[in-house]
Design a protein around this ligand. Structure first.
Ligand code: PMP
Length: 316
């Protein structure tokens, strides 16, 4: 097998280059059925599950790693370290494998079995924080590990790393401007690290002063909108810009789940619940308009979350 691969190897573009080149430039889909009730207002969503690691987090993960390689903080002898309860970890693990770099992730002890297998599948090492402390417990563990072994780890720190939001400033934001030919009037995004809201939002505001930026977050600390944070009870990310949003929305888990079902059944899009919540918020914004073009992100697909019973509900 090895010999065979080597025999055809000379003329190939290396695997790592090909995988990494697939990050970003995702399709922008019009949600025409969901938006029927708000016509002539139109709603579009960036299909972020098209990224090779399956989520929007491939964008910041790749940018943060490439930036750290460029500025010399991430040398080949170092291990990539960060706290992540999901998609960023998958992105680091995939990109680390593609670039031949080791990855260690601090994750909450109650991380789902499927996530664990995906991360292990890519060859990442896992360090578990207390299952009762959620993603903030994982952040505290990563900080401690980085402090104890600065010689071993490059601590990416996605919550405080400007290369996180810059990935969206130079990628997602520009793509939305191009794909809508500048017609975007509203941008709606959920808050996790806030990178996708802050980076995309800043780019849109810079290019189009009157664009309205709407952020949303779960309405309670114990929620089921995976990838999102309830800011009033969380460590606020250093990259978050509290001046940026023109409007803020608090969303219930059930609203995200209901819209995830509607997206599956009316648009053929099997989105995660943060994507469901994003489209529900986009629709809420659109209902208040008489004209406009509302853009949101669907951060990932549902395949990692299908253990949740609501997927079998006959009606949204
Ligand atoms: N949805 C999902 C499914 C995510 O994994 C994340 C990232 N944690 C987000 C939304 C929020 O993205 P950001 O970190 O850019 O705020």
């Amino acid at each position: 097998m090895k010999d065979k691969c080597q025999a055809i190897g000379d003329n190939r573009v290396s695997r790592s280059n090909q995988v990494i080149e697939l990050v970003g430039n995702t399709p922008l889909l019009e949600l025409s059925r969901i938006a029927e009730e708000v016509a002539p207002v139109r709603i579009f969503a960036k299909a972020e599950w098209f990224n090779p690691g399956g989520s929007v987090k491939d964008r910041p993960a790749l940018n943060m790693i490439l930036e750290a390689k460029k500025n010399g903080q991430l040398t080949p002898d170092k291990v990539i370290l960060d706290a992540t309860s999901g998609n960023t970890g998958i992105a680091y693990a995939m990109i680390g494998a593609a670039l031949g770099l080791k990855v260690t992730l601090a994750v909450p002890g109650n991380l789902g079995d499927l996530h664990r297998k995906i991360l292990k599948g890519y060859g990442a090492e896992l360090a578990f924080s207390s299952p009762t402390e959620g993603s903030d417990g994982a952040i505290r563990l990563a900080r401690k590990m980085a402090k104890e072994r600065p010689d071993l780890y490059y601590y990416v720190d996605q919550y405080n790393n400007p290369a996180n939001w810059m990935a969206h400033y130079n990628g997602t934001g520009l793509e939305i401007l191009e794909q809508t030919e500048g017609a975007v009037t509203h941008y709606v995004a959920g808050l996790g690290t806030s990178g996708s809201f802050v980076g995309t939002g800043r780019r849109l505001k810079n290019e189009k002063k009157d664009v309205r930026l709407i952020s949303f977050q779960p309405d309670s600390p114990m929620h089921g909108l995976e990838g999102l944070k309830h800011y009033p009870t969380s460590i606020i990310p250093g990259i978050y810009d509290e001046e940026l949003a023109d409007e803020e929305i608090a969303v219930e888990t059930e609203v995200g789940q209901e819209m995830a079902l509607r997206l599956a059944r009316e648009e053929g899009i099997l989105a995660g619940t943060s994507g469901g919540a994003a489209v529900a918020c986009a629709l809420r914004v659109a209902r208040g308009l008489s004209s406009g073009l509302v853009v949101t992100l669907i951060p990932d697909g549902a395949s990692k979350y299908l253990r949740h019973a609501f997927w079998e509900n006959p009606e949204p």
